[in-house]
Write a protein that binds this ligand. Sequence first.
Ligand code: S3P
Length: 766
Amino acid sequence: MRQALQAGCRVDEPRILIVGLGLIGGSLAAALREAGFGEGERAAEIIACDPDAEEIARGIEMGLIDRGGTVLTPLVEGATLIVLAVPVLAMESVMGELAESLASADVRVVITDVGSTKAAIRDCAHRVFGRLPANLVLGHPIAGSEKSGVAASNPRLYVNHKVILTPAAETDPAAVARVRALWAACGAEVLEMGVARHDQVLARTSHLPHLLAFSLVDTLARQDERLEIFRYAAGGFRDFTRIAGSDPVMWRDIFIANRDAVLASLDDFEAGVARLRQAVESGDGDALLATFDRASHARHYFDTLLNQTSYQAEYNMQQSANLRFRASPGGSVTGRIRVPGDKSISHRSIMLGALAEGVTEVKGFLEGEDSLATLQAFREMGVAIEGPHQGRVIVHGVGMRGLKAPAGPLYVGNAGTAMRLFAGLLAGQAFDTELTGDVSLTKRPMGRVADPLRLMGAEIDTAEGGRPPLKIKGGKALKGIAYNMPMASAQVKSCLLLAGLYAEGETRVREPAPTRDHTERMLEGFGYRVHRDGDTCWLAGGGSLTAAPIDVPSDISSATFFLVAAAITPGADLTLEHVGINPTRIGVINILKAMGADLELSNQAEVGGEPVADIRVRYTPLKGIDIDEAQVPLAIDEFPALFIAAANAEGITRLRGAEELRVKESDRLQAMADGLAKIGVEHSLYPDGIDIQGSGKTAGASYGGGHIDSLGDHRIAMAFAIAALRAGDEIVIDDCANVATSFPGFIDLARRVGLSLAQETEKEAS
Ligand code: S3P
């Protein structure tokens, strides 16, 4: 660690003065020492001022500071960076002393602070200096401990912690850069935000929890004068109240200084406690469960953020490391496996389960980021949902009119299906909603759902070009329409059918080609009549749904990567169990069979209105084909993998009529063409398709290796991972974290059948 810190030590300050040598100031000195500050040719010192002479003596003894004293003025001369680490309410008098001693001092001096509230300190600078000095950079390291005093100093206190700087327009950028360098040397991650935002965020995430911990311990201690209760207070009490041991003076100052923001967060908290009190009083188990479930999942999600294992939140996505797949050339494909549950059906099971009367039990639910985003969104709308636990989810339906307004925008991550289906469902609610998503989703077209919904009477705002976020006005009376879909899209069809549940009269959708019909099947399963005549389906609004059990089959779109893996690998013999073979999804089977693949279906059955089968694939050489355009919507998500099959087949495979591929999680035609070019597969790209020249080889390598950018698209990443089975060299694939949106556990399963696949994380910044 020491070396790592040293490597980052770019603190070019001849003398740093720390005012207030407690835990925070002392740890800063300790971290700087650890980073190598003051070593080497150029003399540099750390000095400190503290009203307590013993703290100074201890700091010198511990080797943290070179010297110090109890009076500020004589120490200021010659200091180039002054760090104010005193309690918030002591700031004004310290700044006053500084203002006098600095009048004649070096203009290069930079002042910063570590206070937990920023507006109060900024105001006090205004009072003292008559303005906000350009060399004052307000800051706040988000780190601490319930311990206090210099003796508790910890050189690693700031490692991987955030430091928030709140520079104003008048702050000198060079001064900001020097304060950044100071904290970076301590191993911290430095961020910037406005003063008001800082104070609101900290009131909620730090000040409120401290207030509650102080209050709980005090309340219990008063009730039990002999403190007998603490003898029995283990687990929960201990975990919840650790921070009540923090420095009382420091916290008194914080609450006085950040009064307004703390009061606002306390109001929200009191309202939440009042709701829980009411639920406890009236024995409302559903309300308790809904709150606890939401909180429990939010807490687990927070853990994954802390552990850097999730990328669902956009903030984290921007910060997160590049997850890279490394696929070694060759390998085998044998065995029996079951891939995770169907993404489309999983989304719909939560949506319809939530709107139904009664309890819906879901088995085989896909615990991928996309369907989990849907689940989380319904929790935020007040639906009690248990699980998921090993694919089992229990949804306590609230009925067609039982959803509640969420507290903020609903974030659906990478999930286009969630956003489009939600748009229809939310257009019929009494409350306003906003739908947001990650960077990829924010680029995808939503006009295709917003336009017909507006025809039904919905009021929806989109960003420019019909992109997310979607702002949906509640309380609009919807009327049924007859809609001729301009593109073959199950998402658009489903969106309109869901809006149609809330519309007056009939909602009819005509599709230019058959698209997946899971919404219609599941509605029927929940007792809601959906009619179909040829290319048109319709329903009448105003009905209700009755909960029904759902058994989610394995996702044929995920199975596809293994179907193709086996189809291109000499000697392969693989069985995929319990795969959904809904006729609107089997384009991949039809196309692979047309290419000559050896696929055998067995154990055909129907589960919960959806057909399933085991699929066995054995290697046999493939031939290039002209893909039947009618198969395109039936195989829409399978093309990235099918292009890899084409690259191994004999002759040319031609695809046309597939312009929809350009508006998926990435422009899949372009992304695949770029990747194929990298590994040396000849192809010609067209606006609505591609021609791929296959190698036709029945042994050895069909193409080379290379470094691929998946563009954060899960299916591009998995397609090139299986391509390595026939590559002459390693295939390295960047930006693979989103594989978890549809296929958690892909790497493990791929290894189990015989692929040689590893993953690694690379910090983008390095
Ligand atoms: C889906 C429909 C398809 C598909 C997507 C899931 C669904 O999108 O690509 O992965 O669950 O309805 P389109 O309907 O936009 O083609």
